[in-house]
Design a binder for this molecule. Structure first.
Ligand code: CLF
Ligand code: SF4
Length: 519
């Protein structure tokens, strides 16, 4: 079947250009965040001036590979890959619920032709949708015909959309050439271990060479194939992200070793995600009571790996049919019934024009942040605080407190404002009135934050937040987040220095990160 795709051209095929790109990726590995400028020299927060132009071209409008891009650009997944060739103890693809946001969950499975139609429908409606990912609900490479047929159709009909693939890696070495031929620039491999003893606790079986294999042997084959596939991809200059699920007591300490192993094989980015394991999901870990990590445990592990390589902290552990900006899900607007009735008007020029406007906004945002940062130059203090921000995207404080389904978390220090994660919360506003129980859960979720930035907030929640020691801030409504955060921090420092405010070292937020795994 793969021969059917041999006529697709791959523009990274010129040996000199490829060598050059690989060199740039290799040079890029392992740099750290800079100190006093507060500007990320590396990591997913890296900007146009921090990366080689060829790499910047690949990541600049990919919402997963660039933290900055995720405020502006959307991705979509098409659920064309139902089968899987391994079993993970955190996965149950049978569970399907429109309100459930986790990988493996879909409302509809699609044929490649339906998927292509859906991509055009979404591209016509959401001009900032720049990336199409195949990420399940099973493993895309356990369904190679459907996956590559989908890529073939989309690369013909929507050439400006980047193709992205997410896999468990077992079948990866067999498909690297086809991935390269389709010009798939971004591949994610989920690697949870490089030690088969640990792997045997995560994977009960794999299906390999027409046989079901269990235990140590299964995990050994899986890790060997994953690392081999990673090396083969990076040798071809394809950007690779590694996803790892953090499972406390199983692989949490081991993930530092995984980080080193994938870095040394050329991975561009490492995304350590929290396990979610509620019993109602029907997974092995859910049913055996295996807990997920707390937000603080996750952050500590991500921090400890950050000096080694680029760490992703903005993953939302999307459904396999997610549509929209990370953190929003517009899949219900694009069901098969609705798509079939939609008038599709995919117009490359108008998409480009819209994206040019996005770029202008993005440049303005970076300039505003840098200008504000300069006013902090020379400030010296060990104080660091977290803030929570209600936003609908575009890097602005533009969501009402009561409408926020998540808060973005920024760490503020004299180095600037750094995005460090997000917290999902229950909606406070329930159609005209505030839900007190929801308010309590919001406060618990952000109680390690000194302030919450919102576009608007009512008197009651304001009082409750103040009582919990969290400053409700609406003075930066619709302003850029980072610029506002730095201005707030400057003000905070001045108040602490003058004795007007006592700096409090806050405890941990009372939440467990909810989520789990892409394949
Ligand atoms: Fe999808 Fe994954 Fe591509 Fe992104 S998701 S296939 S790389 S386009 Fe992104 Fe979603 Fe996290 Fe995946 S936020 S689950 S990392
Ligand atoms: Fe397969 Fe992905 Fe589920 Fe694991 S998480 S069993 S790789 S579909």
């Amino acid at each position: 079947m793969e021969e059917a795709y041999q006529n697709i051209e791959h523009d990274a095929g010129e040996p000199d250009a490829l060598d050059d790109l690989m060199q740039k990726i290799a040079e890029h590995k392992g740099c750290e965040t800079t100190g006093s400028s507060g500007k990320s020299s590396c990591g997913t927060g890296a900007g146009a001036n921090d990366l080689a132009p060829e790499i910047w071209e690949k990541v600049k409008n990919h919402p997963c590979y660039s933290e900055e891009a995720h405020h502006h650009y959307a991705r979509m997944h098409v659920a064309v890959a139902p089968a899987c060739n391994i079993q993970c103890n955190y996965c149950n693809r049978k569970y399907d619920c429109a309100n459930e946001s986790r990988p493996g969950v879909v409302s509809e499975k699609l044929t490649p032709e339906q998927a292509a139609k859906k991509v055009l429908a979404v591209a016509s409606t959401i001009p900032q949708m720049t990336v199409l990912g195949v990420a399940g609900p099973g493993d895309p490479l356990a369904n190679p015909e459907k996956t590559f047929k989908t890529f073939e159709l989309i690369s013909r009909t929507a050439p400006d959309i980047k193709l992205c693939l997410s896999t468990n890696g077992l079948a990866l070495p067999d498909h690297v050439d086809t991935i390269a031929k389709f010009n798939v620039d971004h591949v994610t491999i989920t690697i949870n271990m490089v030690d088969p003893e640990i792997g045997a606790k995560i994977y009960p079986w794999i299906f390999w060479k027409h046989k079901r294999i269990t235990g140590y042997e299964a995990a050994k084959i899986l890790t060997d194939r994953q690392l081999q596939g990673l090396e083969m991809l990076t040798e071809r200059g394809i950007l690779c992200k590694v996803n790892s699920v953090m499972i406390p007591g199983v692989n949490d300490k081991h993930l530092v070793e995984v980080n080193r192993a994938v870095k040394s094989r050329g991975a561009f980015l490492h995304n350590i995600m929290p396990l979610i394991s509620a019993p109602e999901h029907g997974t092995v870990f859910g049913l055996t009571g295996q807990r997920g990590p707390s937000a603080q445990e996750l952050k500590a592990l991500q921090d400890s790996c950050e000096g080694e390589m680029n760490m992703m902290r903005h993953c939302r552990q999307c459904r396999a049919d997610a549509v929209g900006l990370l953190g929003e899900d517009r899949s219900a607007e694009f069901t098969t019934d609705k798509i079939m009735e939609m008038e599709v008007n995919y117009d490359l020029e108008s998409r480009k024009a819209y994206q040019n406007k996005v770029e202008e906004e993005r440049i303005a945002k970076v300039e505003a942040k840098n200008a504000e940062l300069e006013t902090l130059a020379g400030a010296s203090s060990d104080i660091e605080i977290l803030i929570a921000v209600a936003t609908k995207g575009s890097g602005r404080v533009n969501e009402h407190f009561g409408h926020a389904k998540e808060f973005q978390i920024y760490e503020l220090s004299t180095k600037g404002a750094k995005f460090v994660g997000h917290r999902r919360v229950d909606l406070y506003c329930q159609g005209g009135y505030g839900e007190e129980d929801a308010l309590e859960t919001v406060i618990r979720a952000i109680n390690d934050c000194a302030a919450v930035f919102v576009a608007k907030i009512g008197g009651c929640p304001k009082d409750s937040l103040r009582a919990a020691g969290i400053d409700p801030v609406d003075q930066y409504a619709f302003e850029f987040i980072e610029q506002s955060a730095i201005a707030y921090f400057k003000d905070y420092l001045a108040k602490v220095n003058s004795g007007e405010v006592a700096h409090v070292v806050r405890g941990d937020a009372d939440i467990r990160q909810g989520a789990f795994v892409p394949v």
